[in-house]
Write a protein that binds this ligand. Structure first.
Ligand code: 4NP
Length: 556
């Protein structure tokens, strides 16, 4: 094995700079990046760069010269504190409250509101430098998404898998639910001068984008024809939104399509009439572009030569259509060693955006197949909700079937995934032991029952929803139940302080492997949480993953 070469290439991927635009205001660019080694919030003005805070989460746009954000204070345990930062003056108010899991902060320039998980998932108001608990939110997975004056709007993920909107009146201290029709899904509502913006699938099938009159609760349809609308904003008198279908996006300004390079645009901002976006695709790290007759890169690293990217749809064993992105590695033959990369979530997807794992695998000579199994986002809510009450069931078939569909590409097959993808990797090795040469599971769910005991209110709610509260199903769909059936060598990588897929059930799974004489290796990352937050942490996941795969590949 050519260690030097492998380590260099893998570290190169872990070292790529990612840029995510937060806002542009009067020439100041506010963005989140890992460029200094740790994910951090920066303000850039006239070439001068200020690092505001490290390990940030949920950063708001600038309103009245200020923004709000939450940042990690618990060594990866996802314990956050909220801060209000004055972008003009550079000073900040650290809001007084117990550190807790903050899913989202919203801010209108005066009022800041956030959701925090302690015994319950509650709404907090920032006032006089302190956070005051207002109310428990309608569900363990509700988030505020907008505030304007006395009104907070947010999204409630209901326990039946559907979602609705909530409004909280800060004056009257009352909570009210709104839904265009009971059994439908909505996206996080945004309070604007022209009404409440959100998308909904209540007309059936795909999402449509709407504007709601707050007083009369009447809806005006703004756009249809895309599967999803992951972003919308009203800015400088213009409506900006992004539509998404088949893993790629289209950008619209006032309903007119504005061409961008192919891939994913996460968000868009107008400053003095100039358009700024965060853009990425599978071979281009997330970068900030502005439009000046042509798109011009403001901040971002070069594209990486991984190979060719293809979009496929194949049929699963019971006829369900499974979309998949495939990267044919520039440095592997056909057929060649192939990784089925299984995304997390399960409410996530591999779309045409930069995925660090996919990049590291393709650059190291593995073809990558990334199936968007049922339960994935991006292909309509019926598809996403198909694995509620069936996680680790037919979604595993969707993944396993990829091997026969792409058999001409594959000389030997490996399973790799992180979080729900790590879970799926272990399920594949246990339920389909003949298919796989080896597998790498990062931060895996190994035992839903043990994990449930260690979870906070939000994640208990999530597990209850995914499993419909069925304990027997939790046991049957846990990798630990299949540990004795595993045949292929396993590599497990887990963070010491992971608060979503905690270490204890992972170690119990490892003990089961050990007691039944399996071949395995385990890497526990000190002081690391569920979401890697530094280039070093990314490297300490990617390097053992690649070295393990190389050790089990016939023709590395
Ligand atoms: P992830 O995986 O969303 O891919 O990070 C999961 C992590 C935790 C839970 C489910 C999936 N959970 O229910 O606690």
């Amino acid at each position: 094995m050519d260690y030097k070469h492998i380590l260099e290439k893998t570290y190169d991927i872990a070292s790529i700079n990612h840029y995510f635009l937060i806002d542009v205001k009067e020439g100041k660019t506010i963005y989140v990046s890992n460029e200094g080694g740790t994910d951090a919030l920066y303000v850039l003005k006239q070439g001068e760069k200020i690092e505001v805070a490290e390990r940030v989460k949920s950063v708001t746009q600038v309103k009245g010269g200020k923004l709000a954000y939450a940042h990690e204070v618990g060594k990866g345990r996802e314990l956050h504190r909220v801060v209000i930062y004055d972008v003009e003056r550079g000073d900040r108010v650290e809001v007084e409250h117990d550190p807790m899991r903050v899913f989202n902060v919203v801010f209108d320039g005066e009022v800041a509101v956030f959701s925090g998980v302690a015994e319950a998932n509650s709404l907090y108001l920032v006032e006089g430098g302190r956070a005051e608990k207002l109310a428990d939110l309608p569900s363990p997975l509700s988030i505020p998404s907008s505030v304007q004056g006395d009104l907070v709007a947010g999204l409630s993920q209901k326990m039946d898998g559907f979602s609705e909107i909530f409004f909280y009146d800060l004056k009257g201290r009352t909570l009210e639910a709104y839904t265009p029709s009971g059994r439908c899904n909505v996206t996080p509502p945004l309070l604007t001068e022209v009404g409440v913006l959100f998308a909904s699938d209540h007309e059936g099938g795909d999402y449509r984008l709407y504007r709601m009159d707050l007083e009369r609760k009447t809806l005006v349809k703004i756009h249809e024809g895309e599967v999803e609308y992951p972003f919308y904003d009203y800015r400088e008198g213009k409506l900006l939104f992004i539509g998404k279908s088949q893993g790629r996006t289209r950008l619209y300004v006032d309903g007119t399509h504005v061409g961008t390079p192919e891939g994913i645009v996460y968000n868009a901002v107008l400053d003095g009439g100039r358009l700024y976006i965060t853009y990425t695709n599978l071979v281009t790290p997330p970068s900030i572009y502005s439009l000046d007759r042509r798109w011009r890169k403001e901040l971002g690293d070069d594209r990486v030569n991984l190979g060719s990217v293809e979009y496929h749809v194949y049929l699963s064993s019971n006829g369900v259509k499974i979309p998949a992105f495939v990267v044919k590695s520039a440095s592997a033959e056909i057929p060649g060693p192939t990784v089925v990369y299984i995304h997390g979530g399960p409410w996530g997807e591999v779309d045409d955006s930069f995925h660090t794992f996919v990049a590291a695998l393709a650059l190291n000579g593995y073809h990558v197949i990334a199936p968007n199994f049922r339960g994935s986002t991006g292909y309509g809510e019926e598809f996403r909700m198909m694995n509620i009450g069936d996680v680790g069931g037919m979604d595993m078939e969707d993944i396993a079937v990829a091997l026969s569909h792409f058999k001409d590409l594959i000389s030997e097959a490996f399973a790799v995934g992180y979080s729900y993808g790590g879970y799926s990797t272990l399920m594949q090795l246990g339920k389909y032991p003949e298919l796989w040469k080896a597998g790498v599971a990062g931060a895996p769910v190994t035992d839903w029952i043990d994990m449930y005991e260690l979870s906070d209110a939000a994640f208990k709610g999530f597990i209850d929803m995914l499993m419909k509260g069925k304990r027997e199903l939790m046991r049957e769909r846990s990798p630990i139940t299949y540990a004795e059936k595993v045949k292929a060598p396993v590599c497990i990588i887990a963070g010491q302080n992971d608060s979503r897929t905690p270490l204890r059930p992972v170690l119990r799974y490892v003990e089961r492997l050990m007691n039944s004489g399996k071949t395995f290796e385990v890497h526990i990352l000190p002081d690391a949480g569920h979401v890697p937050q530094t280039k070093q942490e990314v490297a300490s996941i990617l390097i053992p993953m690649i070295l393990f795969l190389k050790a089990h590949t016939k023709s590395p």
